[in-house]
Design a protein. Structure first.
Lengths: 173, 118
C-alpha cells in the first residue's frame, strides 16, 4: 500500500483516484471540471481550489485531512462503517477501443431494482453500441449476491473482470 | 431528470428533460421495456432524428406516440403502485448522495455521448 504521507498533493490525488478505480475523466465528471484540470493537479502544475476540497475528498472517499496530509486525524479503529443506504453502486463496462458505459445507482435504489427485477439494461444484444458478449456478461451477474454482500458490510470493489474484450467493474463508493 | 445526447456527426448536443416520476408510470415503464428491442430502438432513432431537426427544445410529442400510450395503458405494469412509489421516493431523495454523478453515461470511440442525470 502506498504511503500517502510521503507523496506530494498531486501524487496523493492520483494514488487515491486510482485506489477508487477512477480515471481522470471519471473524476473530472464527478467534479464538473475538465480532465485537463485533474491532470494539472496530478502533475503539480496547479492546485485544487480550496472550495473544491470537500467535494474532491468526498469523490476520493477520504477526509480532507487525509487528502491534504496523507494522515487521517479522525480515523480510529472504531470508526463506524458507512450505512449501505449512504453508498452508491457504481458499474463500469468497457469494450476497449469501442465504448465505455457507467451506471451509478444509489444502493437503496439498486436494492429495489434487484428485488423487483427492474434491473434491465436498455441495450439489445444485436445493437451497434455494445456487443452481445458484454450484454451476456451483464445479465449473468448475480445481483442478489451483490446486494447481500453490500448489506453485510462489504465495500469497495465487488466485481472485477478484465480481459482483452471486456472490462467490467462494480464497486461501492 | 436530464438526458443529454452529444452527436459528433453534428458536433452538437440536445438536452431532454423528463420528470423522474415518468419512469415509474405505465408509459415510462413500457417505453423502458420496449427500448430493449433493436426494432424499437431503430424507431426511436428515427424519432430522435426528427426531433433533432426541430429548433430549440425537443417536443415529447415527437418521441411518444398515442399508440405507445394506449398500449401501455392496456398492459399490467411490471411493479405495483406501492413498489413504484418506493423506488421513486428513493431516487428523488438521492440527489445529494449522487454528488453530481450521472445515473448513466455512455461514451463511444466514435464520439457519441449520452448522459442521464437525476
Amino acid at each position: 500500500m502506498t504511503d500517502l504521507k510521503s507523496l506530494s498533493l498531486g501524487k496523493r490525488i492520483q494514488a487515491l483516484r486510482k485506489q477508487q478505480g477512477l480515471t481522470q475523466e471519471a473524476l473530472s465528471e464527478m467534479m464538473a471540471i475538465s480532465p485537463q484540470a485533474v491532470s494539472k493537479w496530478e502533475n503539480a502544475q496547479s492546485c485544487p481550489d480550496i472550495m473544491a476540497l470537500p467535494r474532491l475528498a468526498n469523490c476520493l472517499g477520504v477526509s480532507i485531512d487525509l487528502l491534504l496530509t496523507g494522515e487521517d486525524a479522525s480515523a480510529t479503529p472504531n470508526t463506524p462503517a458507512r450505512k449501505p443506504e449512504e453508498l452508491i453502486v457504481r458499474m463500469a463496462v468497457e469494450e476497449p477501443g469501442e465504448v465505455r458505459i457507467c451506471i451509478n445507482l444509489p444502493f437503496a435504489f439498486f436494492r429495489y431494482a434487484v428485488l423487483y427485477n427492474m434491473l434491465t439494461f436498455t441495450f439489445s444484444a444485436d445493437g451497434d453500441e455494445i456487443n452481445p458478449a458484454t450484454v451476456q456478461a451483464l445479465h449473468n451477474l448475480d445481483y442478489k449476491a451483490i446486494v447481500q454482500m453490500i448489506e453485510s458490510g462489504v465495500t469497495g470493489k465487488l466485481v472485477d473482470v478484465n480481459d482483452a474484450s471486456i472490462k467490467l467493474a462494480i464497486w461501492t463508493e | 431528470m436530464k438526458i443529454r445526447i452529444y452527436d459528433p456527426r453534428k458536433d452538437a448536443d440536445k438536452t431532454f428533460w423528463i420528470p423522474t416520476g415518468f419512469l415509474f408510470s405505465k408509459v415510462g415503464m413500457y417505453l423502458m421495456a420496449k427500448s430493449v428491442s433493436a426494432q424499437a430502438r431503430k424507431e426511436y432513432e428515427k424519432k430522435l432524428e426528427a426531433a433533432w431537426r426541430t429548433q430549440g427544445e425537443v417536443d415529447v410529442d415527437d418521441l411518444i406516440s398515442l399508440e405507445d400510450v394506449q398500449k401501455a395503458e392496456r398492459l399490467d405494469p411490471p411493479i405495483t403502485e406501492e413498489q413504484a412509489r418506493e423506488m421513486f421516493a428513493v431516487l428523488k431523495d438521492s440527489k445529494y448522495l449522487m454528488r453530481g454523478l450521472p445515473l448513466f453515461s455512455l461514451e463511444s470511440t466514435k464520439g457519441f455521448r449520452v448522459r442521464i442525470d437525476l
